[in-house]
Design a binder for this molecule. Structure first.
Ligand code: ADP
Ligand code: 5GP
Length: 181
């Protein structure tokens, strides 16, 4: 039986970077979410996300194809249930890089899921990392920083909180939590 691993944290806290490094392990796989957000220049459909229209997203909800879904900074995001169930049938650690509302829905449906909240060292660093990543327009970046305060209020509802200061140390800490050798 596989396991669900939820990774949440404010935009820029390092979720995508950390998940990519964890995915180097053959037992670890990351879920590909559906979203109505437009792709960033470095994102490929079917790899980073399934990029869908609002109508397509609504259809997915109606057809019960999503294990959870939420709206974040004006766009919809959801986890396809079929691939999740497939991963659980196998010995896979299935990473869900999702925001807090979705994480709560998953914990309710799958209480055995392990939840990890990734924290930036401080808010200043979070802002600098978002600027460095340079994938959001300024307005969007400010909205994401504002949203970070609300997201942080949920951190105590997670099984683990990890401060992503040094990247290698962060990945090692999470590998230990997940019992990856
Ligand atoms: P998220 O997926 O949480 O929005 P990203 O993984 O895109 O965050 O990381 C945001 C930016 O911060 C990226 O440019 C990434 O390279 C950088 N970053 C991530 N972790 C660290 C770290 N521990 N130290 C320095 N920079 C980091
Ligand atoms: P981004 O636009 O930066 O890729 O993602 C914005 C936020 O949506 C992040 O917090 C990310 O973890 C979250 N997210 C990505 N996919 C999903 C999903 O399938 N469900 C939920 N609830 N949140 C998601």
């Amino acid at each position: 039986m596989g396991k669900i691993v939820i990774i949440s944290g404010p935009s820029g806290s390092g979720k995508t970077t950390v998940c990519k490094l964890l995915e180097k392990d053959q037992h670890v796989k990351k879920s590909v979410s559906a979203t109505t957000r437009p792709p960033r220049h470095n994102e490929k459909n079917g790899e980073s996300y399934y990029f869908v229209s609002a109508a397509e997203f609504e259809d997915m909800i109606q057809r019960k194809e999503l294990a959870e879904y939420a709206t974040y900074c004006g766009y919809c995001y959801g986890t396809p249930v079929k691939a999740l169930k497939e991963a659980l049938k196998n010995e896979i650690l299935y990473l869900l890089e999702i925001e807090v509302q979705g994480a709560l829905q998953i914990k309710e449906k799958f209480p055995e899921a392990i939840s990890i909240f990734l924290l930036p060292p401080d808010k200043n660093t979070l802002g600098q990392r978002l600027i460095k990543r340079n994938t959001n327009k300024e307005d969007d970046m400010l909205l994401r920083l504002e949203t970070a305060d609300k997201e942080l209020e949920f951190k105590d509802r997670y099984d683990y909180t990890v401060v992503n200061d040094d990247l290698d140390a962060t990945v090692n800490t999470i590998r230990k939590i997940l019992n990856l050798g």
